[in-house]
Design a protein around this ligand. Structure first.
Ligand code: GLY
Length: 382
């Protein structure tokens, strides 16, 4: 792990994918430079900004002004905010709007928003005219450290999350860390779960640094850039080695198999944000690993302690409404996990832990072991 960086220029993280290599730029107030960067990257390109109503209220005019100052024509496509926009209907609407805006193959789609906008706009860019390049301008912490990097794009099927999609890498990612100042604290904390994930899965020193610095990351101090850059570097390295998730990229799903099932069990509602599901999922993965004798109970407890200190839920009982409405039972959670994309011929693959900083892919985990573990967790006092 490197020491915290003190740059006035953005930190540049390279995603090395041969001729599809691109830069992630991370820095405070760099949104204003978007136009000049795009003009240099793709002279003469026209652009269409895909965003949502909420992000548009804060950042659309600034983005358009930056493009206009660099002489770049842009049109705007504004979807409803929320997971519901990752739908066939909204995808169709965005694709038709891109065609109506006369976006051609040498033009650019700009995804200005959080994970929903990035996934939706990226997928529309992947399929309109058989592929238009796109730029990610992530406006949530979760999108800056995870979903804007690595080229996974897509929408949800009524049968499950992210089941329809394509790998389509952006040509540039511009992560302005000042944009995160306007995020509701709960949404910021939810994104923080993905930051902590990089420490837990592959970098114990980073995890230790996060234990010391998480409050400064939330406040927007220099630790924020360092945390985002370190997370992006970790993801970029894995994506460069395994772009299509045939192997180690699956490690990035730490906490997600349990987490997605919990999100589904709570109806993808405000009861549980994605990152909150990942936080509980990571703790469950650590505790399950401890149960299997793979990681010490102290390390599993250390992970839970840090996530709780960062204000995240860590146990099933922390899910809003657990006491009143309950949650699905263990069998129902198992059925939801069976819908996961990572299921291969009915066998569940989990990402488990041998230590903090050492995650492993565990294919063929025996379902009865998971069911009994979940039963016990649902019955415990948290
Ligand atoms: N969010 C996990 C991945 O990009 O592979």
């Amino acid at each position: 792990m490197t020491a915290p960086l003190k740059h006035s220029e953005p930190v540049v993280v390279d995603v090395a994918l041969g001729e599809r290599t691109y830069d992630i730029l991370i820095g405070r107030d760099i949104l204003a430079s978007l136009g000049e960067r795009i003009a240099r990257l793709r002279p003469g390109a026209r652009t269409a900004i895909v965003t949502d109503r909420n992000v548009a209220r804060y950042w659309l005019e600034k983005t358009e002004a930056s493009l206009a100052a660099a002489g770049i024509a842009s049109s705007r496509i504004i979807a409803d905010e929320g997971e519901g926009s990752k739908s066939y209907a909204t995808l169709e609407w965005v694709c038709e709007a891109l065609i109506a805006a006369k976006i051609e193959r040498n033009d650019l789609v700009i995804a200005l928003g959080g994970g929903v906008v990035g996934d939706l706009a990226g997928f529309a860019a992947a399929i309109v005219r058989r592929g238009v390049d796109f730029v990610q301008v992530p406006t949530s912490l979760l999108a800056q450290v995870d979903s804007s990097v690595g080229g996974k794009t897509g929408i949800n099927s009524p049968k499950g999350k992210n089941l329809i999609g394509a790998f389509h890498q952006p040509v540039l990612v511009v992560a302005d860390t000042a944009v995160l100042d306007t995020l509701p604290p709960r949404q910021f904390r939810s994104g923080y779960a993905e930051v902590a994930k990089y420490g837990v899965l592959g970098d114990e020193a980073f995890f230790g640094w996060l234990e010391q610095n998480h409050a400064d990351i939330a406040r927007g101090g220099s630790a924020r850039e360092h945390a985002i850059a370190t997370s992006c570097r970790a993801k970029a390295a894995i994506v460069a080695r395994d772009e299509r998730e045939t192997g180690e990229r699956a490690l990035l799903n730490l906490g997600h198999t349990f987490g997605h099932a919990l999100e589904a069990a709570t109806g993808f509602s405000d009861r549980l944000f994605h990152g909150e599901g990942v936080a509980i999922g990571m703790v469950l993965a650590a505790e399950f690993s401890a149960e299997l004798g793979m990681i010490s109970r102290q390390d599993a407890a250390r992970i839970a302690r840090h996530l709780a200190e960062a204000g995240l839920p860590t146990h099933l009982q922390d899910i809003a409404g657990f006491a009143q409405e309950g949650l699905a039972d263990a069998d129902a959670l198992m059925a939801l996990m069976a819908q996961d994309k990572k299921v291969k011929r009915g066998r569940l693959t989990f990402i488990l832990l041998e230590a903090i900083g050492r995650a492993v892919i565990a294919p063929n985990v025996e379902p009865p072991l998971v069911r009994d573990f979940l039963k016990a967790k649902l019955a415990s006092k948290g």
